[in-house]
Design a protein around this ligand. Structure first.
Ligand code: GDP
Length: 195
């Protein structure tokens, strides 16, 4: 689809169970990432906003799937963050159950955007998340955020480590990104909204 007007965005709803997931024929882009990886910041950077998707929300307190409607033409789906150490077992189980129902649901999204930290080897939780995306059959790409925190010489080896650890084959796009500086924004937008 052609690029929607990214300035026109509205929060639609927060789904806490599968009955509340939105069924639509519009394109839906689902974002996932470990707590604190900068998922809200990436979404805000794409939308050119500071505070739309909540930044620095209490990790683990929001096991919800949040839907944003962009220009009345596409949905951004903000999947709940994971991997926060202080989360209770009950909370972890809620996350797993909600993700299971989201990823086993039929055609609930069209493109998965998984956000990882460009500085670090992906965690076991990241690998689990990547498996959800890969197994669902929908298109999938990975964003390596916080690129501004890397030295130039660290970029290539880190990207290679991310690709290896998440077992991404060459067909999976891995976009170096910085929500802070805006690096990668154009490439990510092109991948989400190809002409
Ligand atoms: P979320 O929990 O994944 O939604 O993460 P947030 O968007 O709340 O970001 C967590 C922290 O990382 C905040 O302090 C952000 O300012 C910071 N952050 C996010 N993206 C970047 C980035 O690209 N570069 C740097 N240096 N900091 C970032």
């Amino acid at each position: 689809m052609t690029r929607p007007n990214l300035n026109k965005v509205e929060f639609v709803k927060s789904a806490a169970s599968s009955a509340q997931f939105i069924q639509t024929s519009m394109p839906r882009i689902a974002f996932a990432g470990k707590s604190n990886v900068g998922k809200s910041s990436v979404i805000n950077r794409l939308l050119g906003r500071r505070n739309f998707a909540r930044v620095g929300s209490e990790p683990g307190k929001t096991v919800h799937v949040n839907y944003f409607l962009v220009d009345g033409r596409a949905y951004f789906i903000d999947l709940p963050g994971y991997g926060f150490a202080k989360v209770s077992r009950a909370e972890k189980e809620r996350w797993s159950a909600l993700m299971e129902s989201f990823f086993t649901g039929k055609g609930l999204y069209d493109l998965g955007v998984m956000i990882v930290d460009a500085r670090h080897k992906p965690t076991a939780d990241d690998r689990t998340m990547a498996e959800y995306f890969k197994n669902s059959g929908a298109a999938f790409l990975v964003v390596a955020n916080k690129l501004d925190k890397l030295k130039k010489s660290e970029i290539e080896p880190n990207l290679r480590l991310i690709r290896e650890t998440l077992e991404l084959d060459e067909s999976v796009l891995l976009i170096p990104f910085s929500a802070e500086s805006g690096t990668g924004r154009e490439e990510l937008l092109k991948a989400i909204f190809p002409e």
